[in-house]
Design a protein around this ligand. Structure first.
Ligand SMILES: [Zn+2]
Length: 126
């Protein structure tokens, strides 16, 4: 497989067979982990419309292409995923490059169901 066709989310899969199904195709991710992975990939590939589509309408921030392009996403590592009926959490670690600096953080994301679809709500409060 060509390196450039690999999905950024870290699965050893072709982008179009992995997160690309959700981002480019009409398929909506059925579980929070796939949604989270596809959102990471959308950040990496600057797919602004997909990020808005998968963000809870109450918490979705304004996002410019310039902001999205300022960061290069390097790696995603999903640590844990828990799913309930209406709320789910996915804990992950990411590393990215901003300017000359490489940084990383761990986040526990909260997903909620809106109209039978999981959407990203925000970061779990400690
Ligand atoms: Zn993927």
């Amino acid at each position: 497989m060509n390196e450039k066709d690999l999905c950024p989310c870290g699965k050893q899969a072709n982008y179009l067979d992995c997160c690309g199904r959700y981002i480019e195709g009409g398929v909506y991710p059925q579980d929070p982990e796939h949604l989270m992975r596809s959102r990471y990939t959308a950040f990496a590939k600057h797919k602004r419309n997909y990020l808005i589509k998968t963000w809870h309408p109450k918490t979705c921030p304004p996002m410019s292409m310039e902001e999205l392009q300022a960061v290069t996403w390097l790696n995603l590592n999903v640590l844990a995923a828990k799913s309930g009926l209406k709320k789910a959490t996915v804990e992950f670690e990411v590393s990215y490059q901003e300017g000359d600096e490489t940084k990383s953080f761990t986040e526990c994301s909260v997903f909620k169901k809106v109209k039978n679809r999981w959407v990203y709500f925000g970061e779990e409060a400690n």
